[in-house]
Design a protein around this ligand. Structure first.
Ligand code: DON
Length: 583
């Protein structure tokens, strides 16, 4: 009997039908991997002696990345191409108007670095733009229109990657994205579904109806989407490097478009945007080395804290109900410190070394009762209504034949971002300002609370949960990450636990296994629908946990693995992303 359960197997949620859909969607892995489906048990095998692997949220991006590898590019080149194609084919999740983090490993000198391309708040930003004098948030101010948008980092990040780490010319790397933007591509079911959900935003947004709607309505699957203006912006980037975006006509159009929609951008905000190379967070978990995103992403620190706590327990399967209790308590403590302490370290002092220290974890674990959920007493807050917006982001993972690796999580925050395309740039802007904390007790879209450390300030980068991660052990190297706001951290946590606990790497299990989430506040455990048995729920409820089944599965994890035994590489994509209606 599965160790997941105290009752029926939660794995039943991944039915044979679902798996057939997954197989169809995953067929673009043919370069490197084949799936063997036997009844409901699934595994993935490297094929053809593949030495490289790419997992991304869209087959066109994955294909384009492989073609760059075939043309002599390395993982960093492929990472630029994948990001650029995703900007065209998944414009609702990430793109030139957004930001993100690229976690890199260079095989030649084992250099590991996080390329921080997170959005920055413009110089003219002020809290009063988002909160009225009574401390009440201005509806929608952090989510829609010009005030919601931070200064994008993705274009600078792509140029940085190509120039510092790549082998091929930027123009070659951007060519596939330019062609897809100019000639168009047929919308897949995921795009059509998301456009339908966001139809009101796209109808009312700036320039969004003109580009993304079909006569004012969400377009159907198969509709040809052409983005000639985005193609021209990509061409300027290809020809002029970062100046093609951050100075000149594109920059001018961005500033005037954002400000016409209520923003406060200045030309200098764009011209002065900086990519920052930061040392990643590195820690050990049961003999594996974990390397993950540094602040301003909370991912690495919160994962380190949570896993340090879990190291003191025997966690063989985080979905076993007794072990789930401990995992939830570890997440509770990790997220509590997130909201207390974490923010952009270029602006606030964060006691990172202390937080990730194993002895600190030991002291935090001392209050865990193996039988009872710890009550939330430290936080006195006034809960607001739960957020109802849907959200999106994208993660991809690349590993090449030499062993260079890239884990990238990129975002414009919620689906179709701020609903604002600046002028004729074709650039859909982010609403990442929502990731700042507007004040005590004021949760953001992901119901995350925050403190002064994550207060809004000019040029500051909002605290993120995006967590591109490497896990290295005697089996090899895993590169994982996912979209999903605050749930990214628990998803990646499970990915690490599942990987470390497997003797033989089962990537499909890593990306498909059921998920639950806890983030300290609100004090409840979210669970995916149809994923956990009644017995499982009762076991946790009897310990005092409040469980809430949400209406959709979440995440779109993209993982690659390279074996240290034979160098074989394989890729795993979360079937939730495409056909299972997940976020
Ligand atoms: O940086 C963050 O944590 C969020 N802006 C990420 C948003 C996200 O993952 C939405 N995805 N589903």
């Amino acid at each position: 009997m599965s160790r997941y359960t105290a009752g029926a197997a939660p794995r039943a949620s991944f039915s044979v039908t679902s798996l057939k859909k997954a197989r169809a969607w995953l067929s673009h892995w043919r370069h490197v991997a084949i799936f063997v489906f036997a009844s409901v048990s699934v595994s993935v095998h490297a094929a053809d002696g593949a030495r490289a692997a790419i997992a991304s949220a869209h087959p066109l991006a994955t294909e384009a990345g492989y073609r760059i590898l075939e043309q002599g590019g390395n993982a960093f080149d492929a990472a630029v191409t994948v990001a650029a194609v995703l900007a065209v084919v998944e414009p609702y999740s990430a793109g030139l108007g957004g930001g993100g983090f690229w976690l890199l490993h260079r095989a030649s000198d084992r250099k590991q670095v996080m390329v921080d391309a997170r959005e920055t708040a413009p110089a003219g930003v002020a809290l009063s733009m988002y909160v009225d004098p009574n401390g009440v948030p201005v509806p929608g101010a952090t989510l829609r229109g010009g005030k919601a948008a931070g200064i994008p980092g993705v274009p600078a990040g792509m140029v940085h990657l190509a120039q510092r780490y790549g082998k091929l010319r930027l123009a070659q790397l951007l060519a596939p994205a330019i062609a897809l933007a100019r000639n168009g591509f047929n919308l897949d079911s995921r795009f059509a579904r998301i456009a339908k959900v966001r139809e009101p935003l796209l109808r009312d947004g700036v320039n969004t109806a003109r580009i993304f709607l079909d006569n004012g309505a969400a377009p159907p699957q198969g509709w040809l989407l052409r983005q000639p203006e985005l193609a021209t912006t990509l061409e300027r980037l290809a020809a002029q490097g970062r100046d093609g975006f951050y100075r000149g006509p594109v920059a001018q159009a961005l500033v005037s478009g954002v400000n016409a929609a209520g923003g406060v951008w200045q030309a200098a905000d764009l011209a002065d945007y900086k990519i920052i190379e930061r040392p990643p967070v590195r820690f050990s978990y049961r003999g594996a080395t974990v390397v993950s995103a540094a602040l301003p992403s909370s991912g690495g620190v919160t994962l380190a804290q949570t896993l340090n706590i879990l190291e003191g327990y025997k966690i063989a399967d985080p979905r076993d109900p007794a072990e789930a209790h401990i995992v939830i308590e570890a997440l509770r403590r990790g997220f509590q410190d997130r909201l207390r302490y974490l923010g952009d370290t270029d602006f606030v002092q964060v006691p990172v070394a202390r937080l990730v220290d194993k002895s600190y974890a030991h002291s935090r674990a001392a209050s865990i009762n193996p039988n009872v959920a710890t009550p939330l007493d430290a936080l006195t807050i006034t809960p607001l209504a739960a957020a109802t917006e849907s959200y999106n982001t994208t993660h991809y993972s690349v590993i090449d034949a030499e062993g260079n690796r890239v884990g990238a999580t990129l975002s414009i925050n919620s689906w179709f971002g701020a609903g604002l395309i600046a002028g004729d740039t074709g650039v859909l802007l982010n609403n990442e300002i929502d990731d700042f904390s507007l004040g005590a007790g004021l949760p953001n879209l992901y119901r995350l609370l925050g403190g002064k450390a994550n207060a809004i300030a000019p040029h500051k980068r909002p605290l993120s949960s995006m967590s591109p991660t490497f896990v290295e052990d005697s089996k090899g190297v895993l590169v994982i990450g996912a979209p999903g706001g605050s749930r990214i951290i628990s998803m990646v946590l499970f990915g690490i636990l599942d990987y470390v606990n497997q003797d033989h790497v089962d990537l499909l299990r890593i990306v498909t296994a059921p998920r639950y989430h806890h983030q300290c506040w609100p004090d409840l455990v979210e669970i995916e629908p149809d994923s956990f048995s009644d017995g499982w729920r009762k076991s946790l409820e009897s310990k005092g946990h409040e469980l809430r089944q949400v209406n959709r599965k979440w995440g779109n994890m993209q993982a690659v693995f390279k074996s240290s035994v034979d160098g074989a590489a394989m890729a795993g994509s979360d079937p939730r992303g495409f056909d299972m209606g997940g976020y």
